[in-house]
Write a protein that binds this ligand. Sequence first.
Ligand code: FES
Ligand code: FES
Length: 657
Amino acid sequence: MIQKRIYVNGIERNLFVNPDSPLVNVIRGQVHLTGTKVGCGEGHCGACDVIMNGKLTRSCVVKMSRVPDEAQILTIEGLGTPDKLHPIQKAWIKHGGAQCGFCTPGFIMSAKALLDSNPKPSREEVRDWFQSNRNVCRCTGYIPLVDAVMDAAKVMRGEMKEEELDFKMPADGRIWGSEYPRPTAVAKVTGALDYGADLGLKLPPNMLHIALVQAKVSHANIKGIDASEAEKMPGVAKVVTHKDVKGRNRITGLITFPTNLGDGWDRPILCDEKVFQYGDAIAMVCASTLEEARAAAEKVKVDLEVLPAYMSAPAAKAADAIEIHPGTPNHYFTQKLEKGGDTAPIFGDPNVVSVEENVISSRQPHMPLEPDVAFAWPGDDGKLHIHSKSIGVHLHHAMICPGLGLEPENLVLAANPMGGTFGYKFSPTIEALVGVAAMATGRPCLLNFNYRQQMQYTGKRSPFFINIKLAADKEGKLLAMDTDFDVDHGPYSEFGDLLTLRGIQFTGAGYDIPNIKGEGRTICTNHAWGSAFRGYGAPQSFLASEIAMDELAEKLGMDPLELRFKNAYRKGSLNISGQEPDSYSLPEMLEALRPKYKAALEKAKKESTATHKKGVGLAVGVYGSGLDGPDTSEAYVEMLPDAPLYKIVFPFPHIIS
Ligand code: FES
Ligand code: FES
């Protein structure tokens, strides 16, 4: 331990710290300022940016031993407060820069450091600054952030009145389409919004930290788990294994299609008989500190019989592959499609122009800035309470109750403010784990993934292995499509059949194709499990059909835009599954695009050299919003007699009630 005297936001702090502790842990855990966030924890994302002695600093990678004595540290809390926002914070609100808000404190501190050193940056300089200082945002696309810096800089130079950053209610009182700030904006730009890890720091002193014992192989039989040495380690309250799980120890996707050969009960909360993928949770050490929990987790011995790992759909489908879930074939679901007549004679017709492509889309992580975090606590009401990044608390409640062994009325699930999920939290991730830990120890338990765990143990976009054939007449009118694909959904089946159905729906979507034959298969593999991701099945499908459209255009000698325009859905077209599309917007959109596209082609041609060629890419994307079936929604609003629904006091004195 060492003693350090530093100044945080101008206030002297006399601290006793571990020399190896990262500065951010001291700011958050010992100075109790949780506005500075931790994303990657390894210096790559900028979420933890502070300004130390005038220099932008990634506080997750600076150890306390390297923090100079008397260092002046500025955190988001020292920049502005909810009742006195800094112009950068106001500009962030005006331009919608704080969406999930998890990157926001780091970005704002980075912007402050930029404007301190360069009060009049160009847009390019702002972008370059964020790029070179590794500030990452997954939500905004960066344009609003650059807009915010440019406006804040004008205010700070005295070229724009600060009031111009405040929201003005439109004369007609309509906020739709206006810059009305989101209700959480002030909390996000000041770092006052408590995300899961921030709430975790505010749990009572008897809380326990969880360290996972995870599989370091992708497929194995578990022959034994020996926690005896770990149980004796300092600070350890309990080592939790599958034997401590009161219920069925499985997470279920609730619904599997009737033709699914599995039963949907294949994802263990804690592995009992088998490891199904790298990173699977085998045991949890619950201890007083995270360091103690991690040290003890290293001592848990797992006896494994390693099995062949099938890391792709073709490998898992091979004739000699063993069943990953014994009793269920690795190819466990098939979705077929037939539209119109037989396609074989069309592809065999010498007057028809056709192409055939084999396309593999990659497995893709969601990369939210905030890693997964959850905590659970046994309430005085006799119920188990779980707080997490769940984006479907009601769905997840039903998915984990039987596994935990709880009657529905005894489980309370709450969603914390969260730093983006982009779909992966449509599946429960660590909710059941913290629930089991709290039930087994009778104490509040916190599990905060580091970024490695985030990558290993959350769902991913599933790769598709697609064979596609397209046929058209010589004028470019599409006549037929054959599709045949495997979905590598990892080891856990939840929503895998639904995703395969999506592949069938979206491959070739957007075009009037009269004859289609298709088959999609869901394959169980030992790679990372599949979960929802923006577009859910559409990007994989379009990768194949849009590549095929480009290839077909080339073979026909047609412009790729004109081929798409000719075949886009119009009144009278039927979509892939033979229904009338809800809208016919594509021809109009392509017409609007045409002049820009032509200009881009000209530009690319002019700028191409003998060694460097430039080109213009074009792709159509179609997605059916909502789940399958009629798209419906309902809202329930309760007007409370004594309180407004939203009360936004400062700096926007509008009350909606
Ligand atoms: S750079 Fe520090 S949390 Fe990512
Ligand atoms: S607002 Fe930037 S990561 Fe969400």
